[in-house]
Structure formats: C-alpha cells, structure tokens
Design a protein. Structure first.
Ligand code: 26W
Length: 820
C-alpha cells in the first residue's frame, strides 16, 4: 500500500513491563500526589496514560524534527469534530506495549481491562463525520503522512443521553472536568483572534478595526500510528473562559439555551453543537467556526515560515488544508484576508494560491444540512470576510461563469455564492458549499454513489465547469480500533490463519475467505461471536435491566437518530413481528433481539418521538410472557464510541436501511461487516460497495434504488395508498396512532404517524416496508442453517479489506493531496 512505510518502521519498543511500572509509580506520586496503595483503576488509568503520553510526546518531537528538516509537505485536517473515543488502549496497541502494560497493571493488582474502562469518552463529535476524522488521524500517522488535525477542545462534548419514561433526556458531558491526561497545553503557540469591528479603507488598503479580541489556547493530543514511530498532533483550540457556565438550565431541557445571550470570549469553545445534519444557523456557531479556523491558519502559516522562511513561493507545495464538510469553509475567506491585507498579494494571485491549497469533503446531500449564513450576520461578525466573499463571487461570476456561459444571467444566479432574497428587502444568504467549491482544488464525496450524486445532483454546473474537480474517496475505518482492539478473540483467530500483517494491510484478510466453508473455522468464528454476545448481554442487563438470550439473533441499529436513517421502519416491522407472534405463539422462528443505540438532536421533535416509541414498544414486548422470549427490544442509552466497541463485535445483523440517496456513506456498516455481521440494507452510500465486495449472496439488499426513488416521486407517491393496501402495516400504524402504547400521553406518537401519512412520508418508509419485511424473512431462513450463516459471516469479515481507512488515506494522498 504505502511504499514509504518502511522509512519510519517502528523500532521495537525498549519498554518493558518494569519500565512501565516505574513510570506509573512516578506519575502516581509526582503528578497525582498519591501513594501506590491509594491507587484504584481510575488513578492507575491516569498514571498509565501520563506514562504513555510521555512516550507519545517524545515521538512527536522526533516526528516534527524529521518533518521540519525535510521541509515536508503537510496535510492540515480542519474539522469541527474529532470523535476520538478512549485513547489509552488504542495508544498501547499502536505503540506495541499493550502486553507490557497488562503485566504492569497485574503487578498493581488490577486488570488492564478495568483500567481501560475507567477512561471517559472524549465525545468531541456528533456521529459519522467526527468519527471518520478520528479514524483518518490514526491512518495518517500509520502511513507516515505528515499531518496535523485542527479542531476545538470543547468543554462539553456531545450531551449525555438518559432515558426517563421512555423519553430522551439530555445533560452536559463535562468529559475533561477531572483531568484529560492526553492533552498538553501549549502556551507558546497561543493565538489572538479578532471579531466584529468595521473595515476602514486607507490608501486603497482595507484595514479591520475596532475589533473584539479573544485568545485561543492550543491543547496538543498525540496521535499514534500503528507499527510506526510517527506520532502526529491533534491540536485543539480552547477560548479562555473567565466566567462560569450556567449548568442549571440543562436540567430544564433547554440544552443549547444554557449559554448567555451575549457572546463572550469564554463561551466560544464551551459546547459542541448537537445537530447532526441540521444547520442551526446560530451566531455562536459561526464564531466557533471562525475562531478555530483563524487560530489554525495563523498557526500553520507561522510553521511554514519557521520551516521555509518568509517567502510565499513554496507555500502551495508545502501546505494542504482539507475542509471536513463546510464547517471550516470560512477558512477560504480568512486565507484570502491574510494574503490580501497582511501579505500584500494581488487578488488574482491570492485566489490562485487558495485554489492550490484547499480541498473540501462533502458529507451530506440533505438540503437542511447545507450551511448557509445570512450575509448580514457574516457582515456583522466578520465584516472584512464578507467583503472578500463578495469579491470572490464577483470574479467567479463575471470572469469564470461568464466565460463558460456568456450572457447567461440565470446561470449566474444559480451559481452565485450569494443567494439573492426571493422577496425584495429579504436577506442575502451565503452558500458555504459554493464558497468551498469555488475556493478549492478538489471536492470529494465519501462513497462512489454519493460522489456521483454530488457531481450530478448537488453541483452539476460546477461539474460541467470543472470536470476534474469533483472526485470520490470512499470512507474507511481503522482496523486497529474496530477489529483488533474491540474484538481481540477474532483478531487472534485471524492471526492463527493469516501470516501477514493484516492490521496494517487489511487486504490480507481476503485470505480468510479460504476458510469460509471450513467447519472447524466456522465453529470457532461462531463461538467467538457467541462469547461477544454474552458480554453484550451482561452490558444490556446492567444498563437496561433486560435479560436477553445470547443465542438469539442480535439485530443492531446504531447511528444518530434521523428520519432518513429510518429507525421508524425497523420500529414498524418489530411491531408487526410482535403481532404475528401474538396471533400464533407457536410460530417457528428463532429468537431475536433488536438492539438500538441512537441520540436525537435535542431540537428534533420527530426523532425524539421515535426514541420514545421504541422504548414503549420495547416495554410492552419485553414484558409479555406469551411470546416466550422470542422477541426482545433493547434501547441502550447514551450510544457512544466505547459502547460501539462492545456492540459491534456482538452484532449478527447490521441495519443499514436509509432511503436510497440520503446516506452519504455510513461507516458503522463497514465496522459491523468487518466483525462478521450480515447487512440488511438499501442500495445507498457505502452499502453499494460492501455488496460489491461480499457478493449479492452475502448481503440482504432490499428496497427502492436511487433511480426508483426519483421515478416514484415523479409519478406521485402516496403513502396513504400503501397504508390502505397493506393490512399488517395499517394495523401497526393504527396501533401507534391509537395511544394504547402510551396511556399517560395518548397523542405522544402522533408526530410519527403524521410524518408517515399526513406529511407525505418524505423518506418513503411505507414504500419500502414490504421489501424490508421480506428481507427479514430471508434473514430468518438463513439463520436456520448455521453452516450457511457462518459461511456468509466469514465472507463478510474477510471481504472488508477495501474499507480500511488506510486505503482511504492512501487515496487522498494520491488523488487529492498529491503527497508523492
Ligand atoms: C450544520 C450541522 C451539521 C452537522 C454535522 C451538518 C452536517 C453534519 C454532518 C455532515 C453529519 C455527518 O456526520 N455525516 C455523516 O458523515 C459520515 C462520514 O463521511 C458518513 O459516513 C455519513 O453517511 C454521513 O451522514
């Protein structure tokens, strides 16, 4: 894969269990002020983390020195989210000192597993986009790509979810309140950022004056790679807090209102916005975006100058800035501002350089997720940037669009970065996605089908203008966390059959296909799965008080809650299964457990109602003796990375059932297949490529395709017609509407029913219902013959080589970042 790999090949650690023990004792005493005897798993976690960080920071220095002396070309990954998850176990694995640490902890009388469990999840992201950034950081280090991640060190990550009376509750997650041993404050690299003020023209030069200033303090987190001495940096900015934060209003359910109306320097980095695929359009969010972009830009320019001197001649060769969605898109205007106002560039040269160094990844086609800022708001917060955006737009429309479509004003309106108001006197709106496309060298989608839709549906005119600009890089996941670490027994089984380094070259997994039919291998594979299911059953018992049978089919849907992801489709189907069992309790079906994990954005009413309904249906089913445990439904609260690591190895069935055309890629689909789950899914996102890899016989594909979805919409879709013609579906929807499941609030589930019927069922849940139910019948049939099931499961796992994030990063290196 990477021909450079040998260069930074890991020098096998000279770190023994005794060395680790010594460092842990030193940190217990000197850093934490504790005696050895006073230390429980949490204290040992802290001390061990500090000991590992020491090694990490040492290697960071070596990596930086090497890169500085080579004047390396570097990738800067700009992202508002890095959902890194727990770091200790991951770093021990990557540094090759896991076994030594295990021994050292045993000497302290605790098991390493308990120590690892006491780490809290740094929840600095919402979902897929944030977790992807974390997998990419792992792979960048693994491939020895000179790279740095830039983001925000939020004081409160994504909210903690509770369930009360079946409903979602939200509370703040002060994840680093006691201590975050991985982050190291770097006062030497602090930055000042300006906001508000006005632009004054002096001698034909613009100057931004009367601004409000805030300070950005960087925190460096070491990012280790697998089997390499390269350690990269994740630099997270914190705005300095002077005042406290009103926590009490969190409890009253006003999650995002708890900050004061006035925006102060101190609350900029307080809270991660909990919206996933919905643009909140709030001033504080714009300021968060600009804050971290401005800090990062100043920081990376300073680094360039330290390494290359003051001339800008090589900047385009040394720097690449990857925009993780449009969230950091204001970087385009900020870079232009620096070049024009501080570095004496002419406009044309500045834009040219801009278009050399930026690239933009699109992660969603949902219109409500595409960021748009009122020009007035940007004008107020960042007056100079707004001028620059107008300037870029003017040049783009009147020079470039004009050249391509001379005299075509409607095309100019369509392609304008500024959307004009529909009513006179209305607001102008800045389309951040257009700014990103116009300012970038490359734009990429995250799965083949998604990138095609980005070309043909989202940006067709841009694609016509610049046919080389929009490309695909299919997402991937790191096999270190998502197989080796979370499923060690399966990793061992693979080791027993595959000689090469599959952890670093996931394509080697393909060799396990040779054992798909081998009864002994199948038996071991199935035993490992069963064992993982037993462990998950214990977690379920503890978290939800529900007993589940580990021999049942574990059917898993874990992802953010959104109507397009269609948890409601699964809900309707579960209700139907329950009815079938009530009608015929002797029905010959294997026992099934449906497992959900999902957070809903606090302001997303229908999504929260779906969670409520799942929980009420679960209560009913789980307590009904008549069905003899043939069906159980579990909603595990507070889904997060550390829970995913326990659920994914235990999944038999992976639910990937979005309306075709809506899920950009998905990455949970890759993780579950890698761990031997069979996918039930639509032809959407990366499911398409998973199907290609595993073969049609080894995946349960159902439902409308992208083309069929658009044909159906053109013909005129009526969910009422389907409701009226499908007896079972009608019965479960009526049941949901009746209020019978929620006597304390009989109207509670109306929003779901309204969305499905009165509001036209935009996500075509009813249209796909029968096909989905049929797919599940096929799943049950397959389960009945273990030799067939486990063969398919093994093939799934063995065929996931393509979906390593190492491959994704190698693709970026080759097609977007031009790293060699
Ligand atoms: C403006 C608010 C907002 C916040 C987050 C808008 C959009 C987002 C993200 C794009 C949501 C997200 O996480 N998208 C997911 O990105 C994954 C990584 O590429 C994909 O696998 C998922 O399909 C996509 O939904």
């Amino acid at each position: 894969m990477s021909s450079k790999k040998s260069k930074t090949k890991q020098i096998k650690p000279a770190v023994s269990a005794a060395d680790i023990s010594e460092a842990v004792n030193r940190h217990l005493q000197q850093s934490l002020g504790l005696e050895r005897e006073e230390a429980g798993p949490h204290e040992l976690w802290e001390a061990l983390s500090l000991a590992v960080r020491e090694i990490g920071l040492q290697k960071i220095r070596a990596t930086r020195q090497k890169e500085s002396s080579e004047k390396a070309r570097r990738v800067y990954y700009l992202s508002l989210e890095f959902l890194v998850g727990r770091l200790l176990g991951n770093n021990l694995h990557n540094l090759g000192i896991y076994d030594q640490a295990e021994k050292a902890m045993a000497e302290h009388g605790v098991s390493l597993v308990d120590v690892l469990e006491s780490e809290s999840d740094p929840a600095l992201g919402n979902g897929g986009l944030g977790r992807l950034a974390a997998c990419f950081m792992d792979s960048l280090a693994t491939l020895d790509t000179p790279a740095m991640g830039y983001g925000i060190n939020y004081r409160f990550g994504l909210f903690k979810q509770g369930i009360a009376g079946g409903r979602q509750t939200e509370s703040p997650d002060a994840w680093r309140e006691d201590h975050f041993p991985w982050g190291k404050e770097r006062p030497k690299r602090k930055q000042t950022v300006r906001l508000y003020g006005r632009v004054v023209e002096k001698d034909g030069k613009a100057s931004w004056e009367d601004t409000k200033e805030i300070m950005g303090m960087p925190w460096d987190v070491p990012v280790t790679g697998y089997n390499t001495d390269t350690v990269n940096t994740l630099r997270l900015w914190e705005s300095r807090a002077a005042e406290g934060f009103d926590l009490t209003s969190f409890d009253r359910g006003h999650y995002m209102d708890s900050r004061s109306k006035e925006i102060n320097a101190e609350n900029i980095s307080q809270v991660l916005y909990p919206n996933d695929n919905h643009d909140a359009g709030k001033e504080l969010r714009l300021i968060q975006q600009y804050f971290f972009v401005a800090c990062s830009m100043a920081d990376l320019i300073a680094r360039y100058k330290r390494e290359n001197g003051d001339s800008w001649a090589d900047f385009g060769k040394k720097v690449i800035m990857q925009l993780n969605d449009t969230h950091p898109a204001i970087a385009v205007a900020e870079f232009m501002r620096v070049l024009l106002d501080e570095e004496g560039f002419e406009f044309d040269e500045a834009l040219k350089l801009c278009r050399q160094v930026f690239a933009y990844t699109n992660h969603t086609l949902l219109p409500e997720a595409l960021e748009k800022w009122p020009a007035q708001l940007i004008g107020k917060v960042l007056p100079r940037h707004m001028q620059i955006i107008y300037r870029i737009n003017y040049f783009f429309l009147h020079t470039e669009v004009e050249a391509q479509w001379p005299g075509d004003d409607s095309m100019k309106r369509r392609l304008s970065i500024i959307e004009e108001p529909e009513q006179p006197g209305g607001d102008q709106i800045v389309r951040m996605a257009y700014l990103s496309v116009v300012g970038s060298n490359k734009v990429n989608g995250v799965a083949a089908i998604h990138s095609k839709l980005v070309q043909d549906m989202l940006f067709p005119e841009f694609h016509k203008m610049w046919p080389e600009k929009i490309v695909n890089v299919t997402n991937g996941v790191t096999p270190r966390r998502w197989l080796d670490h979370c499923n060690p027994e399966l990793a061992k089984l693979i080791d027993s059959k595959i000689k090469g380094d599959w952890r670093g070259k996931l394509d080697l997994l393909d060799k396990a296909n040779a054992y798909a039919d081998d009864p002994a291998f199948q038996k071991k594979f199935a035993e490992i799965k069963l064992d993982n299911k037993r462990k998950l059953a214990a977690v379920i018992k503890q978290e939800c008080g529900i007993e589940v049978n580990p021999e049942a089919i574990f059917d898993v849907q874990i992802k953010r809650l959104h109507e397009y992801k269609r948890q409601q489709l699964s809900l309707l189907h579960i209700m139907a299964l329950y009815r079938r069992l009530l009608e015929n309790p002797e029905l010959d079906v294997p026992p099934r457990v449906f497992i959900f994990g999902a957070k809903a954005a606090p302001g997303y009413k229908v999504a929260k109602t779906i969670i409520h309904a799942i929980n009420r249906v679960a209560d009913r089913i789980n307590n009904d003796r008549r069905i003899k445990d043939k069906l159980k439904v579990v909603f595990i609260p507070n889904y997060r990375v550390s829970l995913a690591e326990k659920i994914i190895p235990a999944a038999d069935v992976s639910e990937q059932i979005s309306t075709a055309g809506f899920e950009a890629s998905g990455t949970g689909n890759m993780k579950m297949a890698l761990n031997g789950a069979l996918t039930v899914g639509t032809m959407d996102g990366a499911n398409v490529e998973i199907a290609e890899e595993v073969g049609d016989d080894n995946i349960f594909i159902f439902g409308l395709t992208v083309d069929q979805v658009s044909e159906l919409r053109d013909r005129g879709y009526s969910s009422w017609d389907i409701y009226n013609s499908n007896e079972e579906l009608k019965a479960v929807i009526d049941w949901l509407a009746s209020g019978e499941l929620c006597p304390d609030e009989p109207e509670a589930f109306r929003p779901i029913v309204e969305s499905l019927l009165d509001r036209g069922d935009y996500f075509l849940t009813l249209a796909d219902y029968q096909a989905y139910s049929d797919a599940h019948d096929r799943i049950v049939d397959t389960w009945k013959t273990p030799a067939i099931w486990w063969k398919k499961a093994i093939i799934n796992s063995a065929s996931m080589g393509k979906f390593s994030s190492d491959r994704s990063i190698a693709d970026y290196n080759r097609t977007i970042w031009m790293m060699d």
